[in-house]
Structures are given as structure tokens and as C-alpha cells.
Design a protein around this ligand. Structure first.
Ligand SMILES: *[C@@H]1O[C@H](CO)[C@@H](O)[C@H](O)[C@H]1NC(C)=O
Ligand SMILES: *[C@@H]1O[C@H](CO)[C@@H](O)[C@H](O)[C@H]1NC(C)=O
Length: 962
């Protein structure tokens, strides 16, 4: 949510309104910096311009001290020297130790630090001013094994080494090679002899060395210094009405990364932009500004923009025919990324361009991970083995979530709840936004609207539904408010640059912020959630962490001042993009401590690399306009490939009022968002699914019911991503990696393991669309089995009641067709298998099942089934995919009566049917026949054979002979 309307933001709002009155200024570019307004970005862009203008004459002040370079036990290290002038104007060098580590997991990691700031005090300066560079972004982002690969070998000749060239073979079967060259400094990463990623190809490596702040006197003595150093920008800055004191001086780090022969790069969420990232240095269809990663509260964000948003994942993937590679720039400070594409180089790459990127961060160290694929699946696995995989969420979290700012009272909540049942629309969670609290004091309830929260929670629980309550990191500064007083007493707030409690404005008015970098603050947070403290009935209570960028209404760029101090003496600027993640981490720890056997569910708005380990995320404050529905697809894809697959956009659009058409179309799209929530602003009209009457209620209902039908398949896809990082929403190139015409198609996507190809309608008035088939496989309309086949675009009708969804041949998807009030209530329902045969007449699919809520799955209490239809013998088989264990057997016992109630076989060649009227089933050494109904192929539609109640059990091995 944003500031609009409420007291805390009023002063600021007035300022914005006054400024907006000036022509050409929108609220957003007043609030947020451009690169030009960000001195470290501007300086590094100018640096790049000088390098690019005359590459031959470009002589960067960096060199490698060859005597320091050595390779041993999986690590190549040494020192880079930067020639600089000291404070007296004398030439000297700044030493930048580097290490290139080859990890056992197959990635390579380059770290460049600065010796002078490595902790040893510098005479005459307080230690705070010479503090080491922040090097803990990796500590938060990366949880994987960091063991160097001792099998990596140096294959360079003595001659090469004496010339400053090291060639190291590493990775699976030594199929990767890193070529380090000292002059000019460059590291090339090769796979099977071909370069895929080049660090510092354009010599844009740039590290602001430590220096004392020049005094007015020595400036007067040496006027040349004034050109070199712009004191105003480097030691303090002014933006948004507050001076940013930078006692440590300039600390930026920058480097370029080239993807040779890759014309398309993806990732670096969060931006409201195309999936294939644009160039950022002007030209038609390109941006003029770099993509910016700096967690901010940006309401009603611009679409097709590189502006910073709520979260930051500095992960970028490059894909082309036959190859996928990626990098992670593990830096938690504000980061800008310029992207340009070269002219094609026909000798090397045919008509393909190369992509050159330039990464610029305000502080911290250079810490880059290089992942060499060779394909997308292995890139996601490599990224997951570094930053962790998303744990399997509880199944109710995959159902439909009903939210609004605000459900105003217990009666309101229970009435909405009852209306879902009245209209027979399933849902799992109802949400409470900030108004449930007493004056925005978290862990309190607004009486009399919520006089007996406990009773309300119990009523919801009876119908197997959950309540998700918002809890933000700003804590109202008020004497007598226990949560605040405890924070202060235990010294757990963030601090100003003078070490005092930091206060700013947010929902409650003047507030303090909990500093969840502090382990004691995490313990304190856990205390607040102890049983009985917040709500007497916590069985079905879950949490939404909003505003954790953090959002500060009167702060510079609507966030905390960069010179604020966190635990460990780090400045906000160093840790900014990680803060939101530490906060949701504390909440997750609190829920886990409260209910150790339950999987926690927490939604966050701010995030960083690795946040996928903690919960779900949504795209923040969008609006009820078609362009926001349109941009949601590409945004969700960007998150999905950057490890954070549990993502959704607010259905209906947060601000404003959707037309009925927009709302219906949004529910159709939302049914396929990994996180599916309807939400609305406090000033928006009510828009629960039944508000608009028929035919809209039924149209919305059928989208939500479709979602619930497909939950077994969705849950299976979430299970897969929890161990190999394969996204839920999959870009076209994941399914057709060698088709280079599809790299910028981002308005359709594949969904989980189902083979479903979804193309939401996102244009007003559209009643049909063109859907692109990326390969020669046969596709079936999911709803009526119409056949589509052939590479390229196909016309498909899409009246308001229809979302275009095709099923790619070769997949078996699993559904549960019965209507229930919530996901939890479906746990013993029978299944339907839908078999979509491929060109060769085969299909396969997977089903993962467990109790849906507890952590017993970690100990093996689950069932994992594999289904296969083979054209060899026309048999559909079910087999177990897991080793049998005590826990798996005890889980399977709880569902040992659950049947497959229906099988649909789509696209079968009727001539091959053994019997036109029945099939024979085999399970547990018994066999029996079941009647079938047959719809023969006609009018462009595939044949469909329906087997009703073949009486096979989901947990057993069985076969059905067609
Ligand atoms: C490594 O080589 C072996 C033997 O040639 C092969 O079986 C294996 O698949 C290779 N592994 C990788 C990761 O390429
Ligand atoms: C949460 O933070 C703790 C440190 O407080 C860390 O050990 C843990 O790995 C984090 N959890 C996740 C899931 O990232």
C-alpha cells in the first residue's frame, strides 16, 4: 500500500502536489532519482562513455600485480592495482585484492575488495570512516555450499602465466574454462571452448578507493583536485529534502559483463517492463535510463519503465539457441545496470548481436557469480544451489486469496466468507489490511470493529479457511505501546547517522523501525508472536509483511536515509536491498517457532536474491487498467526465472475501479498466477466476485474453480521447483530452447509440468488472439480439444467466457473436479487424469501429494506418482517415483481409498482401440473392465475417450489397457 490519503504522508503529499503543478513533472520523477541525479551512477556512466568513445586510446588506471597472482586449491587470487593521486596530489596505488573461486557446485565467484578498508585502522581517522566494505550480501543471498573445487586445474603454459594469462578448467567434467588475463584485465568464461560470459571486457571495472575528505585548504593549494573530486557529491548529497552524510566518502564499485553472441538477456526484477530486457542508452524502443535496483515504495508505477520498484534480484540470464548462462551480482546497495547490444558480428555469431551490460553499485564489494548452464534448467539449478530453492508452500497458499484495504469488521469478514459459500466459489484465505489494528499499532486490534478476533478466527477455521493479517516493520512511536517500548528498551531500532533512534513517518504517524539485522531483534520479534500474545487463536493466522523496503513517507525516495545505521555498524546504503528480506525472515522464524509442525506462509513486498526461501511476493501497487494486466505477465516471468516463482499481481488492480470486462479477464489470467490474490485500494469500490451479478459472477467463479481443479498439478509444479528451481510460469524458451524467434514473446507462458500454454487476454474488447506455437508438437484447446499444430501464430477465439489455454501433446495433467469450499477440504477427493497425446501417441506426467500443511513432507511423508501412456501397447500406467519408507507408507495410508475417478484420453488413434466400449484395468493382481465413451475426431477436434470410474487407486501401481 502507499501513502496516499493518510495523515503521515500529508506533508509530503502536499509537496508532491505542488511540484506536480509544475509542467512536465510527475510525482514519480520528483520522488525518485535518475542516474544523472545519483552521483556514483553518473560518474560511472561518464567513465563508460570515455571508454566507449575511443576504445583504443582508453587507458584505465587499473592493472594487475602479476607477482601476487597464484592459483591453488580451486582459487585464483592476487591484487589489482589502481593508480590514483593521494591527498597531497602524489601518485600512489590503491590495492584491490581479488579472488576467483571455482565452486564445487559448478559456479565461479569473483570477489574484488579494497585493502585499505579491510579493517586495519588508518592513522588519524576514526574507525567508522575507514570501516571495511560491506561484504555480507552473499551471506544473506547465498546458502549453498561454498567449498572450492579442488579438482579445478590450471592448464596454462609457463609462458602464458608469465604473460599474465591463467587458464583454469573446472565444472562438470572440466567442461568449463576461465581465462584470466592481466592486461588488459579480463576474465572470459568458456564452455566447450566457446566464450559465454566475459567480465570486464570493456574495462569498466571501477572501484572508488578510500581517501580522506579534501579540506578547503588543500583544494586551494591544488586546484587540479577540484576537477578530480567533486566534494559535494562524494561526501554528501542532497535529495528529497534530506542531506545524505557520507562520512566514508565515495565507495562505488562497477564492472561490465558481456554475453557474446547473446542478443537477449532476462531477469533483474523488479521492473514493470518487457521480459527481454531493453537497451538503456537511448534509441527507438529503448530506455534512456539504466535499470535500477533499489527497493522503494513506488505506487501506481509506470509501466514499460526501468525504474526501481519494491524488490531487487541482481540475477541476469542470457539465452540463445543451444545455450543459457547467467550471473548474480551479489551486492545489496543501490545498483544500476546499463544494457547495450553490439552490431552483429557475422564472423563470430552470424546475425546475432552481443549484449554488453554495465553494473554499478553505490557501496560494498564486487561479488559476482557466473553460471554456465549449458541450458536453462541447469542455470536454475546452479542458481538454486547458490541461493536456495523455494520450500514447498502449504497447499492453501496456492488457492484463491481474498483481500481488500480493508475488511472493516468481524461481521464484514464473516459476511464475505459466507458469500463465497453462497455463490459456491472456493477460496482459502481472507486478508486484513492495516485498518484492523488500533491506530496502526501492530499486534493490537481495533475495537469495537474487531471485539473478538479469536471467535472470528475460529469461525473461519471451522470452514478450513485462514486469516492473513498485515504486520509491517514500522512501529508506532507511542508511550505505553508495549511493542515500541520493548524495542527501545532493548535497543533494537534502526539508528540515525548520529546513533540515535531513527524516526520517520509511516501509517501510524511517527514510527521507529525494527532492525532485523540484529539477532536480538529477531528474538524480540518471535516473542511478539508467542501464543496468546497477538491473538488468542493462532491456528489459522498467517502474516503479510508490507512496506518493508522500508517505506518511509517522509524519507528520501520514500525510504530510509542512506546514512542510517544498522546492527553491525552498517549504513543503510550498504544493506538497503537486503533489509526487507531480513524482516520477512524474522516473521517466518516467528511463525515457525509458534507452530513448528506447520509450514509458515508469509507474503512480502520487498525482496532480494534468496528471498524465495521465505514465502510469496506480489508486484505491489498496480492499478485497475489494462496496461497493468498486460505488464503483469512479463513481470511474473522475470521473477520466475530469477528463482522467485511464488509470485502474483493483484487481481483487478489495486488502485481504481476495473470495468467488469477487465475484472473478468484479470481473474482468467490470475487463475494461472502462482500466487492468486484479489486486492483493492481503500477508495476502490467493492469488487468481490459476486458484486457485479450475472454473467460476471459466473465468469469469475469459473476461473477460480478452474484454479482449484488444477491445484494438484500446480502443487506438483511447486514441489518440483523446491528441489531443482524449475519455474512454475515458464517462458517460451524453456520449452523450445532452440527457437530464436520466441525470445521476446512474453504475453504467453507455459504452466508448470502440465504442458498448458496460457495466453491471457489483456486488451480491452479483444474477442480473439493469435497464439504462438514454438514447435511442431500437437496442441489441443484445453477446453474443447480443437487441434492446433505448426510452428508460428494461430488464431484462437476468446469470447469473454474463455481464456486461451492450449495443452501441448505429451503431458498428463492431474485435476480434482469437485467443488469444495477450500483447498484443504479437497484432500480426499478423487482425481481426474487428462492425457494429451503427442505426435507419437505418448504422454507422461507426475503427481506429488502430501498432507498439504505440515512439515512431515520433509521426513518423507508424501506420495510421488508417475503416469505414462505408451503408444507401444496403448497402456496407461501408474508407478511410484519414490523409495518406500515408513513415513511414505503412513501418509499413503491416509489416502488409500482415494480413486482416479476419471481418465480423459485426448488425441488417440481410434483404429488402435482394442475395444470400442471398454478398457481393462489391472491393480493388485486383479483386473476388471470399465465402460468408456468415445467422441471421435471431427471438425478440427481431437478424439476424446472418457473412462468413468476405472476404480484404480491413486497410491497404487496400476495399468489401464485401451
Ligand atoms: C561427464 O562425463 C561422463 C563420462 O563421459 C558422462 O557420463 C557424464 O554425463 C558427464 N557429466 C556431465 C555433467 O557432463
Ligand atoms: C533467516 O536468517 C537466519 C539468520 O537470522 C539465517 O540463518 C537463515 O538461514 C535465514 N533463513 C532463510 C530461510 O533464509
Amino acid at each position: 500500500m502507499v501513502r496516499a490519503r493518510l495523515s503521515g504522508g500529508i506533508l509530503c503529499l502536499l509537496a508532491i502536489l505542488i511540484l506536480m503543478a509544475a509542467p512536465g513533472l510527475s510525482a514519480k520523477n520528483y520522488l525518485f532519482k535518475t542516474c544523472e541525479q545519483s552521483p556514483f551512477c553518473r560518474r560511472n556512466r561518464e567513465y563508460a562513455d570515455r571508454a566507449t568513445a575511443a576504445p583504443a586510446a582508453w587507458a584505465p588506471p587499473y592493472s594487475v600485480d602479476l607477482a601476487t597472482v597464484s592459483f591453488e586449491t580451486g582459487v585464483l587470487d592476487g591484487t589489482i592495482l589502481k593508480s590514483v593521486l593521494d591527498s597531497r596530489g602524489e601518485p600512489t596505488v590503491a590495492e584491490l585484492p581479488f579472488s576467483l573461486v571455482f565452486l564445487e557446485s559448478g559456479s565461479a565467484r569473483l570477489v574484488v575488495d579494497e585493502k585499505r578498508r579491510l579493517g586495519s585502522p588508518i592513522d588519524g581517522f576514526p574507525s567508522r570512516l575507514t570501516q571495511r566494505r560491506y561484504n555480507e550480501a552473499s551471506k544473506w543471498a547465498v546458502v549453498g555450499d561454498m567449498t572450492p573445487d579442488i579438482s579445478a586445474i590450471d592448464i596454462s603454459t609457463d609462458e602464458e602465466r608469465s604473460g599474465g594469462i591463467y587458464r583454469i578448467k573446472y565444472g562438470p567434467n572440466h567442461s568449463f574454462e576461465a581465462v584470466f588475463s592481466a592486461s588488459p584485465l579480463q576474465i572470459k568464461f568458456l564452455r566447450d571452448g566457446e566464450a559465454h560470459v566475459i567480465l570486464n571486457e570493456r574495462s569498466l571495472l571501477n572501484v572508488d578507493q578510500w581517501r580522506p575528505k579534501p579540506t578547503v585548504e588543500n583544494l586551494a593549494e591544488d586546484p587540479s583536485l577540484a576537477n578530480e573530486i567533486d566534494i559535494k557529491d562524494m561526501w554528501e548529497e542532497d535529495f528529497g529534502g534530506k542531506k545524505d552524510m557520507k562520512p566514508k566518502g565515495p565507495e562505488a564499485v562497477a564492472m561490465d559483463i558481456t554475453f557474446p553472441g547473446y542478443e537477449h538477456v532476462f531477469g533483474i526484477p523488479e521492473h514493470a517492463d518487457k521480459f527481454s530486457l531493453r537497451e538503456t542508452r537511448g534509441g527507438e524502443g529503448n530506455h534512456n535510463e539504466p535499470y535500477r535496483l533499489f527497493n522503494v515504495d513506488i505506487f501506481e508505477y509506470d509501466v514499460n519503465s526501468p525504474m526501481a520498484m519494491y524488490g531487487a534480484i541482481p540475477f541476469m540470464q542470457a539465452h540463445r539457441k543451444g545455450s543459457s548462462v547467467a550471473v548474480l551480482w551479489a551486492n545489496a546497495a543501490e545498483t544500476w545496470i546499463d544494457i547495450v547490444k553490439t552490431r552483429p558480428n557475422p564472423e563470430a555469431f552470424g546475425t546475432r548481436k552481443s549484449t554488453q551490460t554495465h553494473w554499478i553499485s553505490e557501496s560494498g564489494i564486487i561479488d559476482v557469480y557466473v553460471m554456465l548452464g549449458p541450458n536453462s534448467a541447469s542455470v536454475y539449478q546452479q542458481y538454486g544451489s547458490l541461493t536456495g530453492y523455494a520450500p514447498l508452500p502449504p497447499i492453501y497458499a496456492l488457492g484463491y486469496h481474498q483481500c481488500r484495504w480493508n475488511y472493516n469488521s468481524e461481521d464484514d469478514v464473516l459476511e464475505v466468507d459466507a458469500n463465497f459459500d453462497k455463490h459456491e466459489i472456493p477460496y482459502d484465505c481472507i486478508w486484513l489490511d492495516i485498518e484492523y489494528t488500533e491506530n496502526k499499532k501492530y499486534f493490537t486490534w481495533m475495537k469495537p470493529s474487531f471485539p473478538n478476533a479469536e471467535k472470528m478466527m475460529q469461525a473461519l477455521d471451522k470452514r478450513k479457511r485462514k486469516l492473513v493479517a498485515i504486520i509491517d516493520p514500522h512501529i508506532k512511536k507511542e508511550t505505553g505501546y508495549k511493542v515500541y517500548e520493548g524495542l527501545v528498551k532493548n535497543d533494537l531500532t534502526t539508528k540515525t547517522e548520529n546513533g540515535k533512534e531513527y524516526n520517520g513517518w509511516c501509517w501510524p504517524g511517527e514510527s521507529a523501525w525494527i532492525d532485523t539485522f540484529n539477532p536480538k531483534a529477531i528474538e524480540y520479534w518471535k516473542d511478539q508472536f508467542k501464543p496468546g500474545k497477538f491473538c488468542g487463536y493462532e491456528h489459522n493466522l498467517l502474516i503479510w509483511n508490507d512496506m518493508n523496503e522500508p517505506s518511509v513517507f517522509n524519507g528520501p525516495e520514500v525510504t530510509a536515509p542512506r546514512d542510517n545505521i544498522h546492527y553491525g555498524n552498517w549504513e543503510e546504503r550498504d544493506v538497503h536491498n537486503v533489509y526487507g528480506m531480513t524482516f520477512i525472515n524474522a516473521t517466518v522464524q516467528a511463525l515457525a517457532a509458534r507452530q513448528p509442525r506447520q509450514r509458515p506462509f508469509v507474503l512480502t513486498r520487498a525482496f532480494f536474491a534468496g528471498s524465495q526461501r521465505l514465502g510469496a511476493v506480489w508486484t505491489g501497487d498496480n492499478a485497475a487498467k489494462w496496461e497493468y494486466l498486460d505488464i503483469a505477465g512479463p513481470m511474473l516471468l522475470s521473477h520466475s526465472i530469477a528463482g522467485f516463482g511464488f509470485i502474483g499481481a493483484d487481481v483487478g488492480g489495486f488502485f481504481g475501479n476495473p470495468t467488469t470486462e477487465l475484472l473478468v479477464r484479470w481473474y482468467q489470467a490470475g487463475a494461472f498466477y502462482p500466487f492468486f490474490r484479489g486486492h483493492a485500494h481503500i477508495e476502490s469500490k467493492r469488487r468481490e466476485p459476486w458484486v457485479f451479478g450475472e454473467p460476471y459472477t459466473s465468469l469469475i467463479k469459473s476461473s477460480i474453480r478452474l484454479r482449484y481443479q488444477l491445484l494438484p498439478s500446480l502443487y506438483t509444479a511447486f514441489h518440483r521447483t523446491s528441489f531443482d528451481g524449475m519455474p512454475i510460469m515458464r517462458p517460451m524458451f524453456l520449452i523450445a530452447p532452440d527457437n530464436e524467434d520466441i525470445l521476446d514473446i512474453d504475453d504467453q507462458f507455459f504452466w508448470g509440468e502440465t504442458g498448458l500454454l496460457v495466453k491471457p487476454i489483456v486488451q480491452q474488447g479483444a474477442l480473439s488472439t493469435e497464439i504462438y506455437l514454438p514447435d511442431d508438437e500437437v496442441y489441443y484447446d484445453y477446453f474443447d480439444s480443437t487441434i492446433y499444430q505448426g510452428l508460428g501464430y494461430h488464431h484462437i477465439e476468446a469470447p469473454l467466457e474463455k481464456i486461451p489455454v492450449l495443452a501441448r501433446g505429451g503431458h498428463i495433467l492431474v485435476r480434482r473436479d469437485r467443488y469444495r469450499r477450500s483447498a484443504t477440504l479437497m484432500s480426499h477427493d478423487p482425481f481426474t487424469l487428462v492425457v494429451h497425446l503427442d505426435n507419437a501417441g505418448n504422454a507422461a506426467g507426475v503427481l506429488y501429494l502430501d498432507d498439504g500443511e505440515t512439515t512431515a513432507n520433509i521426513r518423507g511423508a508424501y506420495s510421488h506418482r508417475f503416469f505414462m501412456f505408451s503408444s507401444q501397447d496403448n497402456i496407461l500406467r501408474s508407478r511410484s517415483m519414490q523409495p518406500s519408507s515408513v513415513n511414505s507408507r503412513s501418509f499413503e495410508k491416509t489416502i488409500d481409498t482415494v480413486r482416479i475417478e476419471k481418465v480423459l484420453l485426448v488425441g488417440f488413434d481410434m483404429d488402435k482401440l482394442k475395444s470400442a466400449t471398454s478398457v481393462e484395468s489391472f491393480q493388485d493382481k486383479k483386473s476388471w473392465t470399465t465402460e468408456i465413451t468415445v467422441e471421435v475426431a471431427a471438425n478440427g477436434k481431437a478424439s476424446v475417450i472418457t473412462v468413468r470410474d476405472p476404480k484404480v487407486l491413486v497410491t497404487g501401481d496400476w495399468s489401464i489397457q485401451f
